[in-house]
Structure formats: C-alpha cells, structure tokens
Design a protein around this ligand. Structure first.
Ligand code: MG
Length: 239
C-alpha cells in the first residue's frame, strides 16, 4: 500500500494558544510504514501544550517499522509525561489525549487511542467512527443513561475518563484492514465538537488530502472555532 498524508493544526478563534499537537507536522507520501497521530493537551495554565508535544514525541520516537507496538508507544508517551511531572511538580495536572495510527505497507492499520480525539474510516463516501470517546458523556450514552442526541450539549461533554499524564493508562487498540481508496481521518475534538459527522463526511470526501485538511479546519472555525483544531488525513492507494 502507498500512503499519502497531510496534517494541520490551528488554535481556533477563541483559545489563546494551541495545546494540540500533530505528527508528522508536514505532508508526505510513502510505501513504507507510516505513523500519524493527534494529541490534545489539557491543563490550561499548567502547560497542556507541553503535555501533547511531549507525549506525541515519545510515542513516535521509534521508527514506524520498528518492533515497538502501538500500545507500547502510547505507554511510552504516558511514562514520559509522568517522568516530566515528577521532575517538575509545577506541571502536575497536565495531561493529553493521544490517538495514534500505524499504517503498515500490507494495508493494516493499527490504532491506539486514549481520550476524546477520534479516528474515522472514510470508505465509499461513508464515515465510520473507529474509536470510542473516553468521556463521561460517552459512557452515559453507552450505558443507556443519556440520549445520544443530548450528548453534544451535555455540560460534562468534555470531561475525560482516560488521559495520559494522570497515572497508569489503559489503551484502546484496534486493527483495521485498509483497501485501495480508503481514507483515514484522525482529529481532535475541536473539529468534532464544531461539525456533525454529516458535515465532516461532506467535506472530507473527494478532494486531495492537503486541501481537505484545511477545508475541515476552516469549517470548524466558521462554525465557531471554540477549541484548537487538529486534523490528519491518510489516503491508502494500491502501490
Ligand atoms: Mg480539544
């Protein structure tokens, strides 16, 4: 499989700085293994931007074709954060989401995920959510205590039940067999809290990766841009 990707990150229209991080920071194409990730830092005054950059850096440090598993990568990101906090207790309270995809040459996508950044598969113009949000609201919906239609307006919709930097972490893992023409979207909640899945599907299908990334960022900003917005898109092509 040959992978073509683009990433973009924008601070949005309300926040004073961008606490998201994306990897890689530049677009490209490859027929070897490719790592792509989005991290959404939290901690406001206590350096959410340090949390996202530190975790993503540690998780992507080993080459994509190394034997390090996707879960080991995310645990390494968590360990790095916990070590940083131990050395500098002023940073206690910082944390981050991390959604990381390893795209293998044979078409296998290995996903690792903690938090409320998301991965979607776009196949035949249909959007399929691949990750589960680790939020209070998503758990209430899963237990049948909250109507999915009310989740978007719930006051606790941003409260995470899992994040890196808080202690030992449980990582969700999934493997997807990609086919020619598939597109994978990884994004922070600054995109998904501003746009519905229908709106995302409409913009995210059709065009090349780079203009699509920026069209999504622009649409989230037009819809309010209340949070930092990060988008990574990877297209799979027969090589
Ligand atoms: Mg966010």
């Amino acid at each position: 499989m040959r992978y073509v990707w683009a990433t973009g990150s924008h601070q949005g229209r309300v926040r004073g700085r961008n606490e998201d991080a994306v990897y890689p920071e530049s677009s490209g194409a490859s027929d070897t293994a490719v790592l792509v990730g989005v991290a959404d830092g939290m901690g406001g005054a206590i350096a959410g931007n340090v949390a996202s950059a530190t975790a993503l850096h540690a998780a992507t440090e080993d080459e994509p074709d190394s034997a390090v598993t996707i879960v080991e990568r995310i645990v390494a990101g968590n360990d790095e954060l916990l070590g940083e906090i131990e050395r500098n207790p002023d940073l206690r309270g910082m944390g981050t989401t991390l959604t990381l995809g390893l795209f293998r040459p044979d078409g296998t996508l290995e996903l690792g995920h903690v938090g409320d950044s998301r991965a979607y598969l776009i196949r035949s113009d249909e959007l399929e959510l691949l990750t589960t949000d680790h939020t209070v609201v998503a758990e209430l919906v899963a237990m049948g205590h909250l109507d999915p239609g009310d989740a978007d307006r719930h006051p606790q919709r941003h409260l995470l039940t899992r994040a890196l930097g808080l202690g030992p972490v449980l990582v969700d893992q999934e493997t997807v067999a990609l086919a020619h023409g598939d597109r994978v979207l990884i994004c922070s909640d600054g995109l998904t809290s501003m746009l519905s899945d229908e709106q995302i599907a409409e913009i995210a299908t059709g065009d090349d990766v780079e203009p699509t990334v920026w069209a999504l960022v622009e649409a989230a900003n037009t819809a309010g841009g209340v949070d930092n917005i990060s988008v990574a898109i990877v297209d799979a092509h027969d090589s």
